[in-house]
Write a protein that binds this ligand. Structure first.
Ligand SMILES: Cc1cc2nc3c(=O)[nH]c(=O)nc-3n(C[C@H](O)[C@H](O)[C@H](O)COP(=O)(O)OP(=O)(O)OC[C@H]3O[C@@H](n4cnc5c(N)ncnc54)[C@H](O)[C@@H]3O)c2cc1C
Length: 310
């Protein structure tokens, strides 16, 4: 039986693995693939300390090399189900089943299975990823200094993204599909005061256009049914994300975004011995440095838990 099983090979899971091994925990890391969000899209990282600029693929290769130097077992597989046996106070163990029909046992688990941003599914989206389309305003916003941009999504995510861009871009449109926006009043108030931000409701994005980079977008005004074209260089997608949590539904609580609720002090979920870290959790600030930090924290508290409880 393992001391710890980590689910996920992104920044949170890899960092948790490095810390677990250095604490001499008998650890298994199970991941579908290494890198998670960083390798799925053409991501250039400019905010991870120590690297002024590095591609997501290169950064994750370094993470992976670092992990593989540790004493840790690794399974390339997908976790399908986790179950806990035993009482919360005494001897307990987790059973984990994978897509390759393997079963593992562990005293503790860290879920670090991340999330995927929801995509628009409109013409031009795939073509302009890394060429004007962004799913991360903190990461790519600074590249749009003095440019015209659109934020797709009129929830808090979209409004906060627009306010972030207000210090950088020349003009910001927020496009909301519904007739009213869904952002909190406090964010709406801030946006009303920001002269550069224009909110367009009942706006259905239809197309992203350009040659090498984005030149414009076309949306339909759902009230008049007219198509309108806006010249701009950047599109920020803020329509939520999908945390990877299907395998752990019964053991944790979720917030409205389907993120796992944790105690931010120690990354503990509602089930004793079950921890979570990174983008899969309800922690704010979905960034590599934060996911890695949370992975480290979870591992440290797993060690404490094992020393105290078992
Ligand atoms: C386009 C884009 C650009 C970004 N740019 C930046 C940036 O410039 N700077 C920055 O700091 N952040 C950036 N981010 C955010 C950053 O990528 C995330 O915050 C970070 O990757 C979260 O790490 P994580 O380990 O929590 O999750 P993830 O990176 O999502 O990793 C999750 C891992 O879990 C695995 N997994 C999922 N389900 C299972 C399962 N059932 N069984 C086994 N394994 C599973 C996946 O294969 C993956 O390896 C960007 C994100 C996107 C989408």
């Amino acid at each position: 039986m393992y001391d710890l099983i980590i689910v996920g090979g992104g920044p949170a899971g890899i960092t948790a693995g490095i810390y677990a091994s250095r604490q001499n925990l008998n650890t298994l890391l199970i991941t579908k693939s290494f890198g998670g969000q960083l390798v799925r899209k053409a991501v250039a990282i400019e905010n991870y300390p120590g690297f002024e600029e590095i591609s997501g693929t290169k950064l994750i290769k370094r993470f992976e090399r670092h992990l593989k130097k540790q004493k840790i077992d690794i399974e390339k597989d997908s976790v399908r189900k986790i179950k806990k046996l035993g009482s919360s106070s005494g001897e307990a163990k987790f059973l984990i089943w994978t897509g390759k029909k393997k079963q593992f046992q562990s005293k503790t688990v860290i879920i670090a299975s991340g999330a995927d941003p929801r995509t628009l599914g409109v013409s031009g989206e795939k073509k302009f990823i890394g060429k004007g389309i962004s799913y991360c305003v903190q990461c790519d916003g600074p590249l749009f200094f003095n440019k015209r941009v659109a934020v797709i999504g009129g929830g808090n995510g979209g409004f906060e993204a627009a306010l972030f861009l207000n210090k950088i871009a020349k003009k910001i449109y927020i496009l909301e599909y519904n007739a009213t926006v869904n952002a909190d009043e406090i964010n709406q108030k801030k946006v009303r005061k920001a002269k550069k931000i224009e909110v367009l409701t009942s706006a259905m994005l239809k197309k992203i256009k350009g040659k090498k980079f984005i030149d414009s977008i076309v949306f339909q005004d759902r009230k008049t049914k007219k198509n309108i074209e806006l010249s701009l260089e950047g599109v920020f997608v803020e329509i939520g994300s999908q945390p990877a949590t299907s395998f752990v539904k019964d053991l944790v609580d979720f917030n409205e975004q389907n993120e796992i609720k944790i105690n931010p002090l120690n990354c503990q979920t509602k089930t004793s011995g079950l921890f979570a870290a990174g983008d899969v959790t309800d922690e704010k600030g979905k960034q590599i440095v934060i996911a890695a930090g949370e992975g480290a924290k979870a591992s440290i508290f797993v060690n404490k838990y094992l020393q105290e409880k078992l």
